[in-house]
Ligand binder design. Sequence first.
Ligand SMILES: [Zn+2]
Ligand SMILES: [Zn+2]
Length: 397
Amino acid sequence: MEGQQDSSFAVPELPLCCMCDSLAAKVCGICHCNRYCSPECQKDDWKVHKLVCKPYSQKFSSHQRPGPNYYRGIYCNPDGDYPEFVWLAYEQMGRDNQYGINFGQLPGLRDLFSNGDFVQTDQISSNSVLHRRVQPPIIVHGCVGPIDQDSFRGKDNISLSKVNEELPTAFHGPLVFHKKQQDLDPMDFRHIVDSARVRFQKPWKETHHKGWALGDTVVGVRVNCIGDIKIFGYPMFEPVKCPVAVAESKELQAEAPVGEIVGIPLAFGSYPHSLAWADHFNRGWWMNSTYVALNPSHHDYMVGTVFVARRDKKPLPVGHLQALIEYCWDLPGQFVDLEGLEAGRKDFRSAVDTDFDKRNELLLRRASKEGFMEFWRKCLTEERYRLYRDIPAPWEF
Ligand SMILES: [Zn+2]
Ligand SMILES: [Zn+2]
């Protein structure tokens, strides 16, 4: 459903895990369809795979096909308990006698079909969560637009609530998924779920943004975590308006004492995680490498996407935060050889690279307001910081 753009995605030649990029050595013991690299990935997939695995193996194996022109599809009945496999009948129809699906055979669809309402189509040609092509594409019939499009008719699609309780509000009316005269299998359900979540999330993120900009706000920066960058293609930094509460609260354990030292006191607010990677918690997508630069001791903190604001409620332009992060990346490297020499340790550099507490300690000991002022002045000579030449320096606000 996320469109046709991702032609760069590879079509896997070897069987890959349903949940990650590893080769799959195991297969689901019930449906013998979904493949996994590890018990962890199997467990993660089970949260949605369980909705289709047993029904598929009990009623939808190929020898249970009702006739030669029937193929397996997936039907999300707006009143259904969960998405379900269905046998779809293909018939020659229309003026050109092409094969098409007789949707009228599905009880919930008969009325819509006769009204001519059930005609929109879209397709899923890639899975942007798994970064993988879906070939041939999965065709979607039904009401398939972004959630803020008010032209939709039909009620919330309750069958999707078993996947995520938020999803029914974004998908209205019935949905039928199929491949042109080919069977869908449980792995296709994974693609459908990932695609529905991505489709839900993107406009939701934008509207959530707008909601937050009401009331008293401060100008801050949204720092996207690895999952949001990888799946949605969001930039590392985005200027945003944060509620004043973010600047005042210590909502997250996240903190960056280096900010006080250089004169940019920072506060962090958490952002709800994306549905798109709901089942992929263990893959490091909560990691926020930008935040880790500010506080290497917290390198294993799964903070996800965060808002960053100044605790003194002054505006925080993206460039100021970016420069501070670059300063934090650079600084330990500058002093590491000197310190290693002083300590008489040849392995000091590699120790600092792997011991994040040591790296943080070095950062906090060597960071200074004067050092950052000099770094900032050097940044301003670079073209990419050109925009910031006309605004006050971080400590001049
Ligand atoms: Zn895996
Ligand atoms: Zn299974």
